[in-house]
Ligand binder design. Structure first.
Ligand SMILES: Nc1ncnc2c1ncn2[C@@H]1O[C@H](COP(=O)(O)OP(=O)(O)OP(=O)(O)O)[C@@H](O)[C@H]1O
Length: 224
């Protein structure tokens, strides 16, 4: 679904931050992305959903070269990729349920209320449907962010340090939701520093671990 060939990227035409990366993300795959702070993990994710375009090399998403995509093409791509950001922003004056439904509303699609109810229940947020985002705990925010990322039924879920500020129990709950999504056929890519999270996931799914080191993408060893 995502294919990179010798991809390089540098901000504002400067020195490449990421260089000569090649990777194929298959449907239904599960990947972690690790690397030191500032190595380019968030940047890599932004390339995956075409918020940034490669400075050199090729990248295709769902069979289309991202450089040739029109605005509509980019919008169609983004519909197939759900993103959980490091610091998820919500519209604070809108209740949680509306925030989760926002991608549907913005793209003019009907909101199926029973399906939205099921999604809230899946992330164990039914009781907070009418709450405002500032009233949520960190774990609730991240579960709402995940619900919003999957409300359009994407094929690929990208999560940027989704458990960064969460305690272990809450991290495991979030991981479980991501594993369930993967088991339902979706590809998942999680950027994280947390090796314990990776170890926990590897007990349940076949996850590959990618690492950004010295600007390059490497496949990390099996023993974490
Ligand atoms: N919009 C931008 N313009 C210029 N430089 C940027 C921009 N965004 C990020 N950078 C720089 O690119 C480098 C990589 O940033 P990025 O956020 O991708 O790293 P990261 O591996 O996700 O870091 P962390 O683990 O700390 O979140 C950093 O040096 C950062 O300052």
């Amino acid at each position: 679904m995502i294919e990179m060939q010798n991809l390089s990227f540098g901000y504002s035409g400067g020195e490449p931050l990421l260089a000569d990366m090649s990777l194929t993300l298959q449907p239904g795959s599960f990947h972690f992305l690790t690397g030191p702070s500032g190595s380019g993990k968030t940047t890599f994710l932004r390339l995956c959903y075409a918020e940034l375009l490669p400075s050199a090399g090729r990248m295709s998403a769902f069979g289309e070269d991202v450089r040739g995509l029109s605005r509509d093409g980019i919008a169609a791509l983004r519909r197939r990729v759900g993103v959980v950001h490091q610091d998820t922003q919500f519209l604070d004056h809108l209740p949680v349920a509306e925030n989760i439904a926002l991608p549907l509303i913005v793209s003019g699609e009907p909101v199926d209320m029973p399906a939205l109810g099921d999604l809230l229940s899946w992330v164990q947020m039914s009781g907070q449907a009418r709450a405002l985002p500032p009233e949520l705990s960190g774990g609730e925010r991240q579960r709402a962010a995940l619900a919003r990322a999957v409300v359009m039924s994407p094929d690929l879920i990208l999560a940027d340090e989704p458990t960064g500020n969460l305690d272990w129990e809450m991290s495991m709950r979030l991981l479980q939701l991501l594993i369930e999504l993967n088991r339902s056929g979706k590809a998942v890519l999680i950027a994280t520093h947390d090796l314990n999270l990776i170890r926990a996931a590897k007990q349940q799914v076949q996850a590959r671990v990618l690492r950004i080191a010295g600007k390059r993408l490497q496949l990390a060893g099996a023993d974490l």
